[in-house]
Design a protein around this ligand. Structure first.
Ligand SMILES: [Fe+2]
Length: 197
């Protein structure tokens, strides 16, 4: 990194990063679809897998609009998020809890992408790359919609079911009482799962 980077260099770097991130997502989503139990969650993942494939093509158009060769660069941020999600799923848990964990992992992915595309759109606009900005905005809108969809799926009952699976429906009232921060709920949910080690 001897030469000084311009905003255009950063922009291309970020494009290559997100191009690679999208490719990682197309590999992770089929596994998430398999792991999901809720039909609505599975459909949301399936729809987003198709969208992600379109987003990859859209990024290729962005590179072309800039007269740049299409190429990616290992996105360590996305690799970390996906790896973290994978580790959580290795733990023993019931179906609704796994669905809640899948949504949490997927929303981290979406937020990472929203941050990346939000920056890219702004930089493209600032530098006068109108076509690139439009294409990137389309994807940013899709990522936001995907995130919103996941929130709806979570709120449609998965989180509630997962909470009940952890504490039992009879203890719901107790859950509403104010408690100390993380310690009490964490201990309760762990006592229901198989012991670690
Ligand atoms: Fe995406």
């Amino acid at each position: 990194m001897a030469e000084m980077s311009t905003l255009h260099d950063l922009f291309l770097d970020e494009l290559r990063d997100v191009y690679n991130a999208e490719k990682q997502i197309t590999k992770a989503l089929p596994k998430m679809i398999k792991a999901a139990t809720s039909q609505s969650l599975r459909s949301a993942f399936e729809a987003h897998l198709e969208e992600t494939q379109d987003q990859i093509e859209r990024l290729e158009k962005v590179f072309q609009s800039l007269d740049e060769r299409v190429r990616g660069k290992q996105c360590e941020g996305m690799a970390g998020i996906i790896e973290e999600g994978r580790t959580v799923l290795e733990e023993d848990m019931d179906d609704v809890t796994r669905d809640a964990a899948l949504i949490a992992a997927a929303q981290r992915v979406e937020h990472y992408e929203m941050a990346a595309y939000g920056t890219l759109v702004e930089w493209a606009r600032t530098m006068g790359h109108g076509e690139a900005a439009e294409l990137l905005q389309e994807t940013l809108d899709e990522e936001k919609a995907a995130d919103q969809k996941l929130t709806e799926v979570a709120e449609s009952g998965i989180n509630q079911d997962a909470a009940e699976a952890a504490h039992g429906p009879g203890e719901k009232e107790e859950e509403e009482e104010p408690r100390g921060r993380a310690t009490a709920p964490v201990r309760t949910s762990r006592s229901m799962s198989t012991p670690r080690r």
